[in-house]
Design a protein around this ligand. Structure first.
Ligand SMILES: [Zn+2]
Length: 409
């Protein structure tokens, strides 16, 4: 019998409303906070809208993790032989610096610790990524702590919140404090990721949760240059890093985003192909968490998206670098994990081989490199948490143990 490979989702969040600043909550939904809290949206949002709002009101991140797990499990369908989603990458968010006025109820250190503990409740089902904002005081120290003591296995960055990811630029949005030297903090980040072979995901699309930091009239043009995929060319090459462009540049057939998103999308495809033949260890990946989110109920557009995914996966240069991701729970209004993943698995979807690449091999390669070895810091922290809470440390079928070391299959 063939080995059971895990089905992974590279892009999820375990957030509630206490993790986000008010300005983002409002702009995410395009509605004022008082209105969101009034209960009216629950009445008109339908079942899925209600589910999303209820989720955002959960107080504990561990409860959000539990919900995500339920959604991952529900993707299993015995009738069609579809398996559940085995593991998800959980990306922290740090929106403290989107605006001088941003107030977030939960302290970022609390979010970091709570998310780590929530992930460890279910060994090998959640892999947490630390969100690194170079404007945060002591951010490098915090990253080291997250890695050494809390089982974090990767890094998320969000330049669109207002900083240039290139160290030599040492630049951030004028209106926002730079607490400790962007240049040094970015260099420390890339060196650390390189030394510990940690993957980096960077937000890459014209949309996103940073709208309160910019002048709407300027249409975000101050911000977009920070997102530019080519910013990462030298970083990936020089430091030998695996870097994933989240959302693959954005929604290429969206009413407002399509022009820039299409440019970035094409740039990303070129960058991935270029890095494939580098002598440096640097490689580019892209997650398609943009793809289905706005076309899931439009048959023709959905078909176009799937066809394009199929084409990419079959391409020699880039087929190894395209990743499945959903951005849960941010699309819960429109789709569930089950609906999302099954769009790729239906009769019009991807072949078995393509699915294996998209859901398993490519994700494992991005996360843990060719060896697929799960970092020891993750294993140690998870074991520790299980011992504290008196839970068994079970090894699922998509993970194998060899002499005390753990690998994805
Ligand atoms: Zn996201």
């Amino acid at each position: 019998m063939a080995e059971k490979k895990g089905i992974g989702n590279i892009h999820t969040h375990q957030i509630n409303e206490y993790c986000l600043p008010r300005c983002i909550k409002r702009q995410q939904a395009g509605l004022p906070v008082w209105f969101l809290k009034s209960g009216i949206p629950d009445l008109i949002g339908g079942r899925q809208g209600r589910e999303f709002l209820n989720l955002m009101r959960l107080e504990k991140i561990s409860d959000v993790a539990e919900k995500l797990k339920v959604h991952m499990d529900k993707a299993e369908d015995s009738q069609s032989g579809f398996k559940k989603i085995d593991y998800s990458v959980v990306l922290l968010l740090d929106f403290k610096f989107v605006s001088k006025k941003a107030i977030i109820e939960y302290d970022y250190i609390k979010i970091m610790k709570d998310t780590a503990e929530a992930c460890a409740q279910y060994p090998f089902r959640f892999f947490p990524f630390f969100c690194y904002d170079p404007r945060r005081k002591n951010v490098y120290k915090l990253l080291k702590d997250a890695y050494e003591s809390y089982g974090y296995v990767g890094i998320k960055i969000y330049p669109a919140t207002g900083f240039d990811p290139r160290p030599h630029k040492d630049e951030c949005m004028e209106s926002i404090n730079n607490n400790g030297g962007i240049k040094e903090n970015l260099e420390s980040l890339y060196k650390f990721a390189s030394r510990n072979t940690l993957p980096i995901i960077t937000h890459c699309g014209p949309g996103g949760s940073y709208k309160c930091s910019v002048d709407i009239k300027k249409k975000f043009k101050d911000i977009w240059r920070y997102t530019e995929p080519s910013n990462f060319l030298e970083i990936a090459y020089d430091y030998g890093l695996r870097i994933c462009f989240a959302h693959m540049g954005g929604k290429t057939d969206h009413r407002l985003e399509k022009e820039l998103a299409t440019q970035w999308h094409n740039q990303i495809v070129n960058l991935i192909g270029l890095a494939d033949s580098w002598s440096s260890k640097g490689r580019f990946f892209a997650d398609q968490s943009y793809g289905i989110s706005h076309v899931i109920n439009k048959k023709k557009k959905l078909k176009e998206h799937i066809d394009r995914t199929r084409k990419y996966l079959e391409d020699k240069g880039i087929g190894k670098y395209i990743l499945f991701g959903t951005d849960w729970p941010l699309g819960l209004y429109k789709f569930t994990e089950k609906k999302y993943i099954n769009s790729y698995r239906d009769k019009n979807g991807l072949t078995q081989e393509q699915q294996e690449k998209y859901f398993s091999d490519n994700i494992a390669r991005f996360l843990f490199g060719e060896s697929k070895k799960i970092p020891q810091n993750y294993v140690d922290f998870t074991k520790e948490q299980c011992a504290i809470e008196n839970r068994p440390f079970r090894i699922p079928e998509w993970v194998k143990e060899v002499n005390g070391e753990y690998f994805l299959r």
